[in-house]
Structure formats: structure tokens, C-alpha cells
Design a protein around this ligand. Structure first.
Ligand code: BGC
Length: 355
């Protein structure tokens, strides 16, 4: 009888763990970079929801619109409030060394979220998408769309845009894309008329739509691009907020769905999904924030329960203090042909969201 009761109790406990994902509730501090880009709102929202489903108490803070001093203050407060685990998506990956010393001193594990926090030995784990693969996907999309592997293809004109240089992800997005495209530049199959092919020359501070639009306008006027002018075959853009600025400049110049250059993106933000439907952005790389949140919750639960933390990469991401054990989720290519299936049928967006 006693054995039976104990077994039943054990069974219930196991069921409770399976249902909530953890045996122990904890206080989790989450610091996000900005509320002005859709993806981070979605990240914060999904993470909070899923952590709360695991019965954790969640303090979710946004650093205004990419305001570094605000992020520093907020992290300091989360440490002072004795959070059990911190999850941080940095604005500037190199600016948190000092403030995170406090986390290390108090023994608070820190998970670097999506972007790697550099030069801090307080970072326990990193959860992200395969960022190099994101760049490779964009590069390969251009290779296929322009038929660059075909011996008869004539040289094609391309311009490059990447993101904020203080974001460590840029090294991977840019690295993945340029590693695919550089051989075609070397062979003369791809030509960059502006000559701007270095990461520093094509960066976009804070991933700003306005900055990208200004640079595209300058490229148009200084190189004579236009529906009636010099042909622009493709533009590599590392993400959607940058692609939107490029699209604004091209549309203002008279480009439309019938003569639009191949244009890449990342995130499947709503404006970009709408543009893909209209034929004024060609593709976007989808990183399902629900998948990333789910992975972070698994990491948090394992930390709280003192179990092995799930990681699948222990060599790629060195933050200057050593390699940070990471979990890399898989990105997916989206075009107008599969966007309904990937984004709407999976419940990520409603039809109305992207109308
Ligand atoms: C993220 C991208 C995002 C960009 C701008 C990067 O670190 O990985 O998904 O588009 O920041 O917010």
C-alpha cells in the first residue's frame, strides 16, 4: 500500500514536471534591446509566455529603442533583484562586460539570447539561430536566382547591405553570404558597381530602415541605377528592417514588381511579408521566435533543475573569454510561394496580419 502511494506520488510529480517542464519555479530576468522592431516584441512576448507556462516569474524589460545606458541600468536592477537566471539580447555585444561582473559575483547564470555578449566570462550559454547559415542561405538564393552557376550567364550587378557593426551576428550573416558570393565577384560573374564590398562599408547602424534608405538613394544617384538607367540585378540585405529601407528607395525611383532586383531579407517581419506578396522583396529568412523561446525555456529549466543544459554547438561562438556552449536553431527560406504554408498555416501570423 505504502509502495503504491509512493509510486502514485512519484508518478504525479513526474507528470507535473513533464507538464510544466521543470520541478522548480524561479525568477527569470529578460533584457531585450528594442521595442521598435517587430521581431524583438515577438521574442519578448513568446519568451515570457513560455517561461510563465513553466511556472517561472518573469521580469521582461526593453531598453527603449536600442538605448545602451538603459539596458545597462535594467540589467543592474535585475541582478540587484536577485533573479535566478538572466536572459539577455544585447544592443551592443561589447558593452556589458562591467555590469555582468555583478551577475558572476552573485552566481547568476546568464544566457545570451540571439546575439552573443562579448568579452564577459559571466555568459553560461548562448541560444540563437545558425547565423552563418542565414548568410549562406541569402548568398545561395542570389546565386540561384541569377543563375550564376550557368556558364552562359552574363555578369550581373549587385550591391551589398549588412547590419549594425556592434552586433556580433553581423560577422556571421555577412561571413556566410560573402563566402558564397566572393568567388563570383572574383570571377567577374558578379560586379559591384559602387565598389563597396567590405563589411564596414556596407554596415547599417542599428539596423536602421532610414539609414538603409539613405544609402540606397545615394547608390542610385551615384551609380545611375534606375528602371531606365543602369541595371541593378540583386541586392544582398542581411535583414528585413534594412531591406525595407532599400525597397522604399527603389519604389521611389520607379521600380515595381516587374523590374525589381532580387532582394534578400531576414525575420519575415510583417512589412517584408507584405512586400514579398507584392513582388517588391524576393525572399526572407524565417527564424521562428517560438522555436528560440522554447529552446531558451529548456535551457532555463535545466539550469534551475541542475540538469544537463541542452546545447548542439561547442566550437563556433567564442566571445573572447572562451567558447560559449550554444544551441543553434534552424532558419528557413521564405518566398511568396511558401509564405502561407510557413507563416500562416503554422499560426505565426493570421491572414489579416499580412494583408
Ligand atoms: C538578429 C536579426 C535582426 C537584427 C536586427 C540581429 O541580431 O539576429 O534577426 O534582424 O538583429 O534587429
Amino acid at each position: 500500500m505504502k509502495i503504491k502511494t509512493t509510486l502514485t506520488a512519484l508518478c504525479c510529480a513526474v507528470m507535473a514536471i513533464t507538464a510544466t517542464g521543470t520541478a522548480n519555479a524561479a525568477k527569470i530576468g529578460v533584457s531585450m534591446p528594442t521595442q521598435s522592431l517587430q521581431r524583438w516584441n515577438q521574442d519578448g512576448h513568446n519568451l515570457k509566455d513560455q517561461l510563465e507556462q513553466s511556472k517561472h516569474k518573469v521580469e521582461l524589460l526593453y531598453a527603449g529603442d536600442n538605448d545602451i545606458p538603459t539596458q545597462l541600468n535594467q540589467i543592474e536592477n535585475l541582478i540587484a533583484a536577485n533573479c535566478d537566471v538572466l536572459v539577455v539580447a544585447p544592443i551592443d555585444g561589447g558593452s556589458l562586460t562591467e555590469v555582468l561582473r555583478g551577475a558572476k559575483e552573485k552566481g547568476i547564470p546568464v544566457i545570451s539570447y540571439d546575439r552573443l555578449i562579448m568579452n564577459s566570462d559571466a555568459i553560461s550559454y548562448y541560444a540563437t539561430f545558425d547565423n552563418y547559415k542565414v548568410g549562406q542561405i541569402q548568398g545561395n538564393f542570389i546565386v540561384d536566382a541569377l543563375k550564376l552557376k550557368d556558364a552562359n550567364t552574363t555578369p550581373k550587378n549587385i550591391e551589398f547591405f549588412t547590419g549594425s557593426i556592434d552586433d556580433n551576428n553581423v560577422n556571421f550573416f555577412w561571413g556566410g553570404a560573402i563566402d558564397v558570393l566572393q568567388p563570383y565577384l572574383d570571377k567577374g560573374k558578379l560586379v559591384c558597381p559602387s565598389g563597396q564590398t567590405k563589411k564596414e562599408q556596407v554596415a547599417t547602424l542599428n539596423w536602421s530602415t532610414e539609414e538603409a534608405q539613405k544609402r540606397m538613394e545615394n547608390l542610385i544617384s551615384s551609380n545611375g541605377y534606375g528602371p531606365e538607367g543602369k541595371k541593378l540585378d540583386a541586392i544582398l540585405s542581411s535583414n528585413d528592417s534594412v531591406a525595407n529601407g532599400i525597397t522604399n528607395a527603389l519604389v521611389a525611383e520607379g521600380y515595381n514588381k516587374d523590374n525589381f532586383p532580387i532582394l534578400t531579407g531576414q525575420d519575415c517581419d510583417k512589412p517584408s511579408v507584405k512586400n514579398m506578396k507584392k513582388g517588391i522583396q524576393t525572399m526572407s529568412v524565417f527564424k521562428d521566435t517560438r522555436v528560440l523561446a522554447d529552446q531558451v525555456v529548456k535551457m532555463v529549466n535545466a539550469i534551475v533543475d541542475k540538469k544537463d543544459v541542452p546545447v548542439n554547438d561547442t566550437s563556433t561562438y567564442n566571445n573572447g573569454t572562451g567558447v560559449i556552449p550554444s544551441f543553434l536553431c534552424s532558419p528557413i527560406v521564405v518566398t511568396k510561394d511558401n509564405l502561407k504554408e510557413v507563416l500562416v498555416d503554422s499560426g505565426y501570423y493570421s491572414e489579416k496580419d499580412i494583408k
